[in-house]
Design a protein around this ligand. Sequence first.
Ligand code: PGA
Length: 253
Amino acid sequence: MPQRIVAGNWKMHGSRQFLAGFLASLTGDVLAKAGCEVLLFPPATLLPLLSAQAPDLGIGLGIQTVHPESQGAFTGEIAAEMAADVGATWTLVGHSERRQIFGESDADVALRALAARRAGLRTMLCVGESLAERQRGDAEAVVTRQLDAVLEALGDDLATGGIAYEPVWAIGTGETASPEMAQAMHAMIRGVLRRRSERLAEMPILYGGSVKPANAAALFAEVDIDGALVGGASLDPAAFLAIIRAMETHGNP
Ligand code: PGA
């Protein structure tokens, strides 16, 4: 049975003051008792601050992207080893904003996943088709290509991480894939993983794209949806907690 995960991707949001308020609203050991793994991907500036408190809160920490190299003249970039040094145990790779805005190719994403492995970070590999690709009927081919690029590089080593299916047209738009549509893609992804190994088939497959308290339960009831990668709603502690509770109530046993 795949691990169930609810993860928050804060993108380029958050200050020390925001973080203090966020943590203050997580009363007691509510996350430690969550019944699923809870991860946060804050901006890198907040990682050292959060890592001092995250273990007590039961939160796993990740960085949003890493550079392929471990060090060097790459102004503005952060190495996987540096993220690990300040307490990250996970990294996102291949988020659609990295692919679309920063031009990361499948090959670039694979190099970043290799860097994560080198530094001992677990990888949350994001895949997903654009609206035009879905309308052309290419959604499955695009997602398969994105998966294969990283599976070719890492093979079974990817199994320590997770997959996040995030259709680009659903990210930050308020549009969500219907639970049936998401389930169909998750089952397809599981099939791609299973053709490679049973270990890979056990990876958690998260859905991302406008997940909110109102739609989380229906998504989590689907058999191949093992959690959520939450953007906007993860910045609101009440909404993030409600999504975690929906996982406890409606997630697969
Ligand atoms: P969203 O973002 O929940 O704001 O749509 C999801 C993501 O990009 O991970």
